[in-house]
Unconditional design. Structure first.
Length: 372
């Protein structure tokens, strides 16, 4: 028998659940959390509550599935140090840009200089590769490659790399309603379900480069005002299954990828193509390409357990291991046992969903585990 809505909500931790009205998108994507879209991230307000419950200012939190860096950013805002590990080079680039401390005067000079250098008619500085020719209109390709050629002139080239990636995402030849995983380039006008009218594919990138350069500047400045003094974040580009940590941590707060749900590499393929980033997709856990076969699920469980066991070896005694996950396959009791962790509590939360294609009821668990 299907459970009633009242029964479903009676199990929720209401301090970890928000409605769209209580927590609109502009709050969920505050300051540097909107430097670049990233599927599958958890919201900063959830991280805030969990950090306040289980950590004290001055402690050091580890996220071995760091993704876009939400744990690191909110740790810095809450007065903690943080270390994040990720196998994906784009994720590490994004985390580094979000969490770095800047000379804001120099950063503003450079980003405004780059903004002024964007011209719609500028020639490409290099020949576009097959991916760029396929996914971008000729004018957009020229503008993106010209912007890329400017990067090494600046001290804060990594910030501009994130701007370039964000602009490239928006400038692809795709429909407005399918920016996440477009399958084929959209060349002709089409009926747009998002705007309820006929739309045409984007032809240029300069408008996005200009807009996102100044938006990035304002978001970095906003976070600089909110982060605690003297706290640092360390970003490690590596495999958390066998990473050697150089110190002890006061706990883990992480959200592992879900098996077979999101292709975390493919969602940023334009960034890897334009920036020439290190591609380690074959090492990513839970990749959609692996599917959800029995073998893929077993490999996922073994991989996540290895990551958690490796992290647990660098924790202080009784340190909390907080895992945010939609465990609809009930995999995590076995994963925690393999990792040598004991489950102390399982909290249930309602996930804030947008309207449209991402609407609908969705729930997550927050697993609270410890080393026995």
């Amino acid at each position: 028998m299907t459970r009633t809505q009242a029964a479903l909500y009676s199990d929720l931790d209401l301090d970890l659940s928000w409605s769209e009205q209580d927590l609109p998108e502009r709050e969920r994507t505050k300051h540097v959390h909107r430097l670049h879209p990233y599927l599958g991230k958890f919201i900063p307000q959830l991280v805030d509550v969990l950090l306040a419950r289980h950590f004290r200012p001055g402690q050091h939190v580890l996220d071995p599935f760091a993704g876009s860096g939400t744990t690191l950013v909110q740790a810095l805002e809450s007065g903690l140090d943080a270390t994040g590990v990720d196998i994906a080079s784009f994720n590490c680039l994004l985390m580094g840009v979000k969490t770095r401390e800047y000379n804001l005067f120099v950063l503003e000079q450079e980003l405004r200089s780059a903004h002024a250098a964007v011209h719609g008619s500028q020639p490409a500085a290099s020949r576009p590769n097959a991916y760029v020719r396929r996914w971008f209109a000729p004018a957009a390709a020229r503008e993106l490659l010209a912007f890329r050629a400017l990067l090494e002139q600046y001290e804060h080239a990594d910030v501009l790399r994130v701007v370039l990636a964000r602009a490239a995402r928006s400038a692809r030849r795709t429909t407005h309603f399918d920016l996440d995983f477009p399958r084929e380039p959209q060349i002709d006008p089409y009926w747009c379900y998002k705007h309820k009218r006929t739309c045409t594919p984007v032809e240029t990138a300069s408008q996005f480069l200009r807009r996102y350069t100044l938006d990035t500047l304002e978001r970095v400045k906003s976070f600089a005002r909110m982060r605690a003094r003297g706290r640092t974040a360390n970003v490690i580009h590596g495999d958390a299954r066998d990473e050697t940590y150089g110190g002890r941590f006061d706990g883990v707060l992480t959200s592992p990828p879900y098996p077979g749900l999101i292709d975390y590499h493919e969602q940023h393929s334009y960034a890897y193509e334009l920036l020439g980033l290190d591609d380690r997709r074959e090492r990513e856990l839970g990749a959609a390409a692996g599917g959800t076969s029995r073998g893929a699920i077993d490999a996922y469980c073994e991989g996540v357990a290895s990551v958690l066991a490796n992290a647990a070896a660098s924790l202080r005694r009784r340190a909390p291991v907080l895992i945010v996950v939609n465990d609809r396959r009930d995999l995590y009791p076995e994963i925690l046992a393999r990792a040598g962790l004991r489950l102390d509590d399982r909290l249930r939360r309602h996930v804030n969903r947008r309207t449209g294609r991402r609407a609908g009821e969705f729930f997550e668990d927050v697993l609270v585990a410890r080393v026995p």
